[in-house]
Design a binder for this molecule. Structure first.
Ligand SMILES: *[C@@H]1O[C@H](CO)[C@@H](O)[C@H](O)[C@H]1NC(C)=O
Ligand SMILES: *[C@@H]1O[C@H](CO)[C@@H](O)[C@H](O)[C@H]1NC(C)=O
Ligand SMILES: *[C@@H]1O[C@H](CO)[C@@H](O)[C@H](O)[C@H]1NC(C)=O
Length: 505
């Protein structure tokens, strides 16, 4: 017994330090495990935030809102010291001359979006006329819209300043890749002239002005350029053009000296000398037509520029972009441009619009599964005057659902006009927004920047800046919100269109 006791006490004595060591090693082991788990978690977090950077824009909410002052430091740099370059500003932005007129208030977003629907109707009716070869389509649209709205505004959003006549008169014109003829309001304003910032062009004070005769080829080109047949006034050629919002210009189709820059002067430029101008065009003197028809500015200056021009719309109205004619002689910048061929789709190929083939959309780095036929049914165009990109409803539904899924941590709020996916960011300083890319034929990926993805002027209602067409048979439109900061290269002779990121601030 005693012996046994001894053994057991010996055993206890022996076991005790053993169990102590066991406990100690267990503790050490769990500490090790814990620190490993911590490190794992940390690297996981790092991995995830890297992943987030890859698939999302992480940004301050305020960076989505427009600024109220013009950042003039960008005015010089935006010109890139290119010779044939004009400055591009938003018509309502603080960098615009037109903005100085305090009486003209910046329109509310809802009004801008309502106006945008009119722009889309204008595009559809031009395309319908094009394919039907008649003008019986949508003639009532303008009247309907006028009845609903009561006021007319005028197409387009971005303004450039050019010189017209001798001595030259500086005129701020809305630049428009979706129409062809260039026009300005002209004295004596036989019908009507709306208020404009600059004094109205007076052809009688210019030594280089001349009428175009009714039976000239130029005058006969008006039908394809405007969708309206020509008219005559004492054998002088009369043009008329109306836009979808019932804004319009009618007057004498004339020739004049056009001065783009000191080195780029064109004699005998055919333009509309508007005697009856309906709309407000935000106080701009008229419109600069950059379409594909043979009366557009690129066509009339083809001998010098070979229908090559590029532009960049700034990320904010407080910044300036550019419109450059001719191949950029500067080095480097054009290397990063990725080209997609102009669409050969029926109805787009011969229109004055720049047709593109969309091939896909990605959200958060993942390509949406949308059947190719959704995009090829009606095709797409790129337009400087449409604000919000319009997609076939099938494509928009896929985009919206993927976007909403990745934004599920944020509270949604009311729709804003045509925009149905809006968030209230009032309680957030920083947000992460899934990256969106649009793909065009030729595997050209166009990455949309944050202010091109969301549309807002208040943090409590920030909306996905895409909208659906009524049906998949309507043309898709790549709009100007999504084009912000892209250098968009129009190579008319090469029948292709190029994109490069970071073209302007
Ligand atoms: C003006 O724009 C430039 C380029 O985007 C930027 O670096 C600078 O901070 C801006 N200045 C002001 C006063 O906003
Ligand atoms: C434009 O094209 C029409 C035919 O499509 C032609 O009659 C006219 O001469 C052309 N005008 C110019 C300025 O090239
Ligand atoms: C141009 O035509 C209009 C209308 O026929 C006429 O009143 C005007 O005098 C003409 N101007 C010139 C410079 O020929």
């Amino acid at each position: 017994m005693k012996h046994q006791k001894e053994i057991s006490s010996m055993a206890t004595a022996k076991i005790f330090p053993n169990s102590f060591a066991f406990l100690l090693s267990a503790l050490l082991f769990s500490l090790l495990l814990l620190s490993y788990a911590c490190r794992r978690a940390k690297s996981n977090m790092e991995y995830r935030s890297q992943d987030l950077q890859h698939t999302h824009h992480v940004l301050h909410v305020n960076s989505l809102l427009p600024s109220a002052v013009c950042n003039s430091s960008t005015q010089v740099s935006a010109l890139h010291k290119k010779k044939s370059s004009l400055q591009v500003v938003h018509k309502h932005g603080p960098c615009s001359q037109l903005h100085q007129d305090k009486a003209k208030k910046t329109p509310r977003n809802a009004d801008t979006l309502f106006q945008d629907q009119a722009r889309v109707r204008y595009i559809r009716s031009r395309l319908a006329k094009n394919s039907a070869g008649s003008s019986d389509m949508k003639e009532t649209d303008a009247a309907n819209l006028l009845a609903k709205d009561g006021s007319v505004v005028g197409s387009g959003d971005y303004v450039v300043t050019v010189g017209l006549g001798s001595p030259k008169k500086q005129l701020s014109l809305i630049f428009d890749t979706g129409s062809d003829i260039t026009w300005t309001q002209c004295q004596p304003c036989d019908g009507y002239c709306y208020d404009q910032m600059e004094t109205i062009f007076d052809p009688s004070k210019s030594s280089t002005y001349s009428n175009i005769s009714c039976d000239s080829a130029l005058c006969n080109s008006l039908l394809s350029a405007t969708g309206n047949s020509l008219d005559c006034s004492l054998s002088a050629c009369v043009y008329g053009i109306q836009y979808g919002d019932s804004s319009s210009s009618v007057g004498l189709f004339s020739k004049e000296r056009l001065t783009l820059t000191s080195t780029d002067v064109f004699d005998g430029f055919a333009f509309g000398c508007g005697q009856n101008n309906q709309g407000t065009f935000s106080g701009a003197a008229g419109l600069l037509g950059l379409g594909r028809d043979n009366l557009s500015l690129p066509s009339q200056t083809a001998r010098k520029y070979n229908k090559f021009f590029s532009y960049c719309l700034p990320s904010s109205p407080s910044l300036t972009g550019f419109l450059t004619f001719g191949k950029d002689s500067g080095k480097g910048s054009s290397k990063s441009v990725k080209f997609t061929p102009l669409s050969r789709a029926a109805g787009l190929q011969d229109s004055s619009f720049y047709g593109l083939d969309i091939t896909g959309i990605s959200v958060g780095g993942r390509r949406l599964s949308i059947s190719a036929s959704v995009f090829t049914t009606a095709g797409a165009i790129i337009d400087s005057g449409t604000v919000i990109t319009r997609l076939p409803p099938t494509a928009y539904a896929a985009l919206r659902s993927a976007f909403r899924q990745r934004m599920s941590q944020y509270p949604m709020t009311d729709s804003l006009s045509i925009l149905d996916t809006c968030y209230d960011f009032s309680n957030y300083k920083s947000v992460s927004i899934p990256k969106i890319s649009i793909f065009f034929r030729g595997n050209v990926e166009v990455k949309i920047i944050p202010v091109g993805t969301m549309y807002s002027d208040t943090v409590s209602q920030v909306c996905l800046a895409f909208a659906a067409n009524d049906d998949d048979g309507e043309v898709a439109i790549f709009g100007n919100t999504q084009q912000k900061t892209l250098q968009v290269v129009h190579d008319g002779a090469g029948r292709r269109l190029g994109f490069s990121a970071g073209g302007c601030p």
